[in-house]
Design a protein around this ligand. Structure first.
Ligand code: AMP
Length: 289
């Protein structure tokens, strides 16, 4: 596995590979890799000839009260996991190279960044899309893979690529969960054993909504009430549970394409999860973590 830190070296690597006719797949991450990230690598492998994985904790997407300084990092472990999984090029740009000066020109994510995570985290998606646009320009991939775990982010990245003519394919991969349903997240490392148990309320709430829908309930208010009942477990502070379409609008009736999105605080940790009703939590990938 090649490891690259300089932006010009990354671009040169990609251009050399493309000149040899190779299709490049890209997996952007903030590191502290887990099986969710590594499944994105597998998908990129299946859809491209070369896989680039980037690790960059992007300060632009953290609010002033958020966990930037204590965001978990372990580059030595990430390097080993990426190499074992067959990543061809690990791109670890330095902060000063990505932001030599305060970036004045940024991507405006538009109205799909207003609800849900965007409402709770002002400026977050502008920061995400700005760094993703930069990474796309540096890596110049043919395709990039994002996880549906961060549903609003995936929707926004796909829309940015279309609206701004990035000319690359965006692939969205199913959520990877632990066997008991908890969606893998680097932030799970903040949870105590008790909090880890409380955190199961998110996937349980999604399952409860899914079951009610399969049982014939299609009214979003009733489905939301059912989900919130389960989400309000000891140690869990619900933020939202909503039923939305693929442009993040609230739905008038739930159908197979409706996405149930949920966010809650468990202890000091904010967690998110979602399910596409027609696919169900069980169709996501389960792994022993
Ligand atoms: P992050 O390092 O948290 O910025 O995530 C990097 C990429 O991995 C994003 O596209 C995430 O959506 C994706 N990802 C994170 N957790 C999971 C998961 N449990 N299942 C699938 N994809 C995930």
């Amino acid at each position: 596995m090649q490891e690259v830190t300089k932006l010009q070296d990354m671009r040169a690597w990609s251009r050399a590979e493309r000149a040899r006719g190779r299709r490049i797949g890209f997996v952007p991450t903030m590191g502290f890799l887990h099986e969710g990230h590594l499944q994105l690598v597998d998908r990129a492998r299946q859809r491209a000839d070369r896989v680039v994985l980037s690790i960059f904790v992007n300060p632009l997407q953290f609010g002033p009260q958020e966990d930037l300084a204590k965001y978990p990092r372990d580059l030595a472990r990430d390097r080993r996991l990426a190499a074992e999984r067959g990543v061809d090029c690990l791109f670890v740009p330095e902060l000063e190279a990505m932001y030599p000066a305060e970036p004045l020109v940024r991507v405006a994510p538009g109205p799909m960044a207003d609800p849900l995570e965007g409402a709770a985290r002002p400026g977050h998606f502008g920061g995400v899309l700005t760094v993703v646009a930069k990474l796309f320009h540096i890596v110049e991939p043919d395709m990039a893979v994002f996880g549906r775990k961060d549903f609003q982010q995936a929707v926004l990245v796909r829309r940015m690529a279309a609206d701004l003519d990035f000319g690359l394919e965006i692939d969205v991969a199913p959520t990877v969960r632990e066997l008991d349903g908890l969606a893998l997240s680097s932030r799970n490392s903040y949870l105590t054993a008790d909090e880890r148990r409380s955190a199961l309320a998110l996937s349980r709430a999604l399952r409860a909504v899914e079951q009610a829908w399969r049982g014939g309930e299609a009214g979003p208010a009733a489905l939301q009430r059912r989900g919130l009942e389960i989400l309000k477990a000891p140690g869990v502070t619900p933020a939202y549970l909503e039923l939305v379409d693929d442009e993040l609008h609230s739905v008038a009736r739930a159908d197979a394409r409706t996405v149930v999105v949920v966010a809650a605080r468990v202890g000091a940790t904010r967690l998110i999860d979602n399910v596409v009703l027609g696919e169900g939590v069980a169709s996501d990938i389960s792994v022993r973590a």
